[in-house]
Design a protein around this ligand. Sequence first.
Ligand SMILES: [Zn+2]
Length: 125
Amino acid sequence: MPKSLIPELRGQLQQELQQLREDIFSYLQRDHADEFSHLLLQLEHQALSHWPELLRHWLTPELEQKSRRLELVQAALSQMDMGLYGLCSDCEARIERELLQQDPARQRCARCERQLHENKSRALC
Ligand SMILES: [Zn+2]
């Protein structure tokens, strides 16, 4: 991974993190104000890294998707901090540059991603 790409991708990830935070807030406020008012209060006082844990008890399909994405984005950012960014979580090869530009929170190289999907669809048969 060329170092020069990282600041750009980090910016994208941080932007997405803010967006997810706002999305989750407005989702909870819009549709479920009563049910979620206590949860909202908790979220306001917690760091983003605790959100997936807090949201776990309340997951609707929409929240689950956002919460999972939140975890991925944060994982990618902390990998950047540790200098481990851009390595495949399965085979530890470098993830293709174009793929990271498409999705900076990506955790697998093209080959492992393909294998994962093949295994999944096989398991469903
Ligand atoms: Zn791989």
